[in-house]
Write a protein that binds this ligand. Sequence first.
Ligand code: F6R
Length: 248
Amino acid sequence: IGTIVYENSVTASKAVAKEIADLIRVKQSQKQPCILGLATGSTPKGLYAELVRLHKEEGLSFKNVISFNLDEYYPMEPDSINSYVRFMKELLFNHVDILPENCHVPDGMLPKERIADYCDQYEAKIESLGGIDLQILGIGGNGHIGFNESGSLQNSKTRLVALDHITRVAASNDFSGLNNTPRTAITLGVKKIMEAKRVILLAWGESKSNIIRASVEGPVINQVPASFLQEHNNAIFVLDQAAASKLT
Ligand code: F6R
């Protein structure tokens, strides 16, 4: 799998934003929609800031973009301070000209018995559009992608999952304590991520260096779902120097 190492996360985020902008414009010139898979968390914040800048200062239009977010906590109200719906609105959707009906984030408010059908429909909608053109990923300290935690299967579908303890601990500050941190989430499955035509995984900082090494240089194993990307023919890890520091 390819890796590109940048001086820092700012230059890396700008380069990835440029690739996204180029793809959006190519699709525009072909009169095609551009299907983006999007992530939340701290890692892509600089990327979204740069995309907003490209819209405001360089005329990049998102009118042909259709986005599918990877995941949402469950249960989660869309207006809650920690919801990924709110995150995406505040960091990207509200600041560009993407059509609201083209923004998809898994619904954290569904009754439990409807989740399975909903997840099937989420995947069917992606398929009906021809699949994800470009998937942005972060990585959890345990190697999760989306909320496909350790042990997720390579052919796993979009589903309700139990969050790992380590994932909940990482999120617990945002929820003011572990007790208030959700135990479950809805995540796009590994299979749909692997079917994306292009995958860009972002990772910054020393704290990600061990799991980056395991994902890039270690065996392809369920324990480290990001390692599945070694078997993708067009995936790349975009890293800052600290995240890349343990690569041999
Ligand atoms: C978020 C997501 C997660 C995060 C990962 C890293 O939509 O899918 O896999 O990308 O937990 O989170 P940060 O970027 O906060 O370190």
